[in-house]
Design a protein around this ligand. Structure first.
Ligand code: GLU
Length: 282
């Protein structure tokens, strides 16, 4: 494409960035055309997001030598967009309110069907107890779920696909059994990671989504939502995950590995690149 890919880094300000984030941001920026690397602050979880972590994100990324196109998108500014999309999906008949607690779901799953997976990208696969409840029944404290079966009926396709190097495909059957009726609006949040990320990538004109391998399965949810919302499916690049010496995936709570701590210990941006196995520049 003329000008090169439009890519983004989309951290949540719920902690300090660590080496895994640095890898993700550097890989993403490295794949962007000139001036086409974007930043998005994913702050829909108002309880866990903190302004000081947002400030630290700008500081750490700048220190790494990255620059991004302005303005920075902030999800908390876009709640009306998420609300409109939810109501559009509601009108399509592909959502339903759900009042099940984790305990209810576990109890309903205590006699699982043989061979069926129990866990999808969002944890336990929802057994469908509230499926069919009309949206006008939505009560305080309910979440809103995607009726995945109806979604496939509506797009009149039994297959999803996206390109990540090669074309990957997933059948309707595999989606229903391995992913299921995911949550589109969490309790007290008015949206979810899945819904927001799809709408925001489209609004920012992202043509290549770079993110960790841990989100590979989630991308199927995003492709299905893109089909329902009539949005283009971007290309994907799911990159390898950065692990600690014990092979464990880095998490935000491993403060010792935060970029800030490494910087305070005297590490340079070039050393960070070397630690991540990235070439010295570019
Ligand atoms: N906010 C998400 C995270 O920090 C972004 C994931 C994505 O790139 O879609 O994991």
């Amino acid at each position: 494409m003329a000008g090169g890919a439009v890519t983004r880094f989309a951290p949540s300000p719920t902690g300090l960035l660590h080496l895994g984030h640095a890898f993700s941001a550097l890989v993403s920026a490295g794949k962007a055309g000139p001036g086409r690397f974007l930043l998005r602050i994913e702050d829909i979880d108002r309880e866990r997001c903190k302004p000081e972590f947002e400030t630290a994100i700008f500081e750490d990324l700048g220190w790494l030598g990255l620059s991004w196109r302005q303005p920075v998108m902030r999800q908390s500014d876009r709640m009306a967009v998420y609300r409109d999309a939810l109501s559009y999906l509601g009108d399509l008949g592909v959502t339903y309110p759900c009042s099940c607690t984790r305990g209810d779901i576990r109890a309903a799953l205590s006699a699982p069907q043989e061979g069926a997976p129990l866990h999808g990208p969002d944890g336990l696969i929802y057994p469908g107890c509230c499926r069919g409840r009309p949206m006008r029944d939505l009560r305080e404290g309910d979440v809103i779920r995607l009726d995945a079966g109806r979604a496939f009926d509506l797009i009149r396709d039994n297959m999803l696909s996206f390109r990540d190097g090669r074309v990957h495909v997933l059948s309707r059957e595999a989606f229903l059994t391995g992913i299921g009726d995911v949550i589109l609006a969490r309790r007290g949040m008015g949206t979810s990671y899945h819904l927001s990320v799809v709408l925001d990538d489209a609004a920012q004109g992202i043509t290549l989504v770079t993110r960790g391998m841990d989100l590979f399965e989630s991308s199927w949810i995003h492709v299905l939502l893109q089909r329902l919302l009539d949005l283009d499916t971007p290309e994907y690049h799911h990159h390898r995950l950065i692990r600690d010496q014990d092979g464990k995936r880095l998490a935000k709570r491993d403060d010792a590995r935060s970029l800030r701590a490494l910087r305070q210990d005297g590490a340079s941006p070039a050393e960070i690149r070397a630690m991540l196995g990235l070439p010295a520049t570019g």
